[in-house]
Design a protein around this ligand. Structure first.
Ligand SMILES: NC(=O)c1ccc[n+]([C@@H]2O[C@H](COP(=O)([O-])OP(=O)(O)OC[C@H]3O[C@@H](n4cnc5c(N)ncnc54)[C@H](OP(=O)(O)O)[C@@H]3O)[C@@H](O)[C@H]2O)c1
Length: 302
């Protein structure tokens, strides 16, 4: 048996008959977390923007775990109306969920791309969509649910000076991604300090998923092909990168635990508990208020 399979078998608890929702479960880290949790008897709800891609991923998991309970709900994190529809579907069909994993995200779209609601695409998808979903659910529906937010190591290496980025694409693509992941870390901090939620944070290190090569990414095809060949040599596999999610879902950690890879510079390795670094001049409470306002008013009136 491979070391990672032994780790999954021995270190991750069973999750029998408990319900977990995973956004972006059809690919990469979300998909690998779904596999592990299926092996632990979880009932999984995939929240995905493409029903076709979700069905294909679901069928692949069912080949290995044929008795798994896996449902699919349509969910586009770059559209507030899609999120609203998803919430209605979720609440109508599942009176309670045990865990919500906010994993969906994009990297490096073409400059100038916007969400359906006219927000910058990276910030709008990775941060504003996630924020919108959690804010709509957290007061009642998530009271007894574990919430797991997926950030990135890059949260440590970026700073926010003002709030303009919420409305305008005033940074290069990579910086926008970093800022979106810093915002998720700060939102985690806000929820930790201001609510009774069971809220957890994880970052997966760096992994050769579809994030660099997906349709949303603006890299040229030759670069995507090269990345597909070279990346696996330097980073860890999605299966390992996803372990933090399954651990936080199925095991008992004290509230507000933050997990990331234990290797050099937290790039790869099995998960360990991390300390959230304070960075940037913007406080989580101020960012929270500004985000709420920007979403409420819409990009044109903010
Ligand atoms: N890979 C890394 O090195 C790395 C490092 C740090 C953090 N992360 C984070 O890990 C998370 C998962 O990424 P990944 O690496 O597994 O990439 P991935 O293979 O591209 O998976 C991303 C998932 O998010 C979904 N998604 C993207 N936009 C969406 C939208 N508007 N609505 C709903 N779902 C959407 C994708 O759906 P489609 O298949 O339909 O595109 C896909 O299922 C992301 O939050 C990412 O920022 C990844």
């Amino acid at each position: 048996m491979k070391k990672i399979d032994k780790y999954i078998l021995e270190k991750i608890n069973l999750y029998t008959n408990k319900i977990v929702v995973i956004t972006g479960a059809n690919s990469g880290i979300g998909y690998e977390a779904m596999n592990v949790l299926a092996s632990k008897n979880a009932h999984i709800i995939m929240a995905c923007r493409s029903l076709d891609r979700a069905n294909k991923a679901r069928n692949k998991v069912l080949e290995t775990f044929p008795d798994s309970k896996i449902d699919i709900l349509e969910y586009d994190q770059s559209s507030f109306s899609s999120i609203e529809k998803f919430i209605k579907n979720l609440q109508n069909n599942y009176p309670h969920i045990d865990a919500l994993v906010c994993n969906a995200g994009i990297f490096h779209p073409a400059i100038g791309k916007k969400t359906i609601d006219n927000f910058p695409l990276t910030i709008g998808t990775n941060y504003l969509g996630l924020f919108y979903l959690v804010e709509k659910l957290r007061k009642d529906y998530l009271k007894h649910t574990k919430l797991i937010l997926v950030s990135s190591i890059v949260y440590k290496y970026t700073k926010i000076k003002d709030y303009q980025f919420l409305k305008e694409e005033n940074h290069k693509s990579f910086k926008q991604y970093c800022v979106s992941k810093l915002c998720i870390a700060r939102y985690f901090e806000f929820l930790k300090n201001n609510t009774d939620l069971q809220v957890f944070l994880m970052h997966p290190g760096i992994s050769n998923t579809n994030i660099f090569t997906s349709q949303t990414s603006s890299y040229k095809q030759w670069f995507k092909n090269l990345a597909n060949k070279l990346l696996p040599l330097f980073v860890h596999a999605p299966k390992k990168a996803a372990l933090g999610i399954s651990l936080l879902v199925a095991n008992d950690y004290s509230n507000h635990t933050f997990l990331g890879p234990r290797g050099l510079f937290e790039i790869s390795g099995y998960p360990k508990i991390l300390k959230l670094r304070k960075n940037g001049r913007i406080e989580s409470e101020a960012l929270y208020e500004k985000t709420k306002k920007v979403i409420q008013e819409g990009v044109y009136n903010a």
